[in-house]
Design a protein around this ligand. Structure first.
Ligand code: ZN
Length: 224
């Protein structure tokens, strides 16, 4: 996970939000998932802002795939361990700051409706805006908090007795936000570990090797 700079809210989102929230607010009840629609209008803007990568796992996503993700889930939220309330944040479903672009694995089977809060948090109610008295455990890649301060990637063996190595997401300095985000987004699933291995071998390792060769050549030149 890396920090995302969304940029300015697309102008078209403002009238869309006003119109949609007027309809949803008139229902007098929690809207269903099928009723909260239209936010995908800004899918391309999010896709571009995220350099065509998933907001949580950083996999590249084809443009045709437009799974717009809500950091605060739109219709149902599992806030455990900090809060037992399960209502969704439908009134934030069209808020630029709550929208992200995610891959199918992260959005549908990983994070899904999980939104863990710290014990003692008070969940937001319509029409309150974040953060209120909520303390999310899930890192928001679109916030001012840099995920790199909470998650690092280290190489270690798959088994306890050595053998092949993989690149694992680990909480940096035992960050509780790192622990929960890795768990919720399943950042150590096999496909991601294999992608990190491929990236290291094909891109990073040759660069490290070239740098080391350059340093060695420089040292030899200075000892002549
Ligand atoms: Zn993903």
């Amino acid at each position: 996970m890396i920090r995302i700079i969304r940029g300015s809210e697309p102008a078209k989102l403002v009238p869309l939000r006003i119109a949609k929230l007027a309809v949803l607010g008139s229902l007098g009840r929690e809207p269903t998932s099928d009723e909260v629609v239209g936010y995908k209008e800004v899918a391309t803007e999010l896709w571009d802002a995220q350099h065509h990568k998933c907001c949580y796992c950083e996999q590249r996503i084809p443009k045709g795939f437009n799974d717009v993700e809500h950091y605060r889930p739109k219709c149902r939220a599992d806030r455990r361990p900090g809060c037992a309330h399960t209502h969704g944040y439908w009134w934030l479903a069209f808020s630029w700051d709550n929208l992200l672009f995610a891959c199918p694995a992260c959005n549908r089977s990983g994070k899904n409706d999980l939104f863990p809060l710290i014990h003692g948090s008070i969940s937001l109610l319509n029409p309150l805006l974040p953060p209120g008295n909520e303390l999310p455990l899930l890192l928001d890649p679109g916030s001012a908090i840099n995920p790199v301060e909470h998650i690092e990637y280290t190489e270690s063996a798959i088994g306890r007795n050595g053998g092949p190595t993989h690149w694992w997401a680990r909480p940096r300095n035992a960050s509780i936000y790192g622990v929960k985000t890795i768990e919720v987004c399943e950042l150590n699933r096999l496909e991601l570990r294999e992608l990190r291995n491929d990236h290291f071998r094909s891109t990073l390792a040759p660069q490290v090797e070239a740098l080391n060769n350059s340093f060695r050549a420089h040292r030899l030149e200075n000892t002549k």
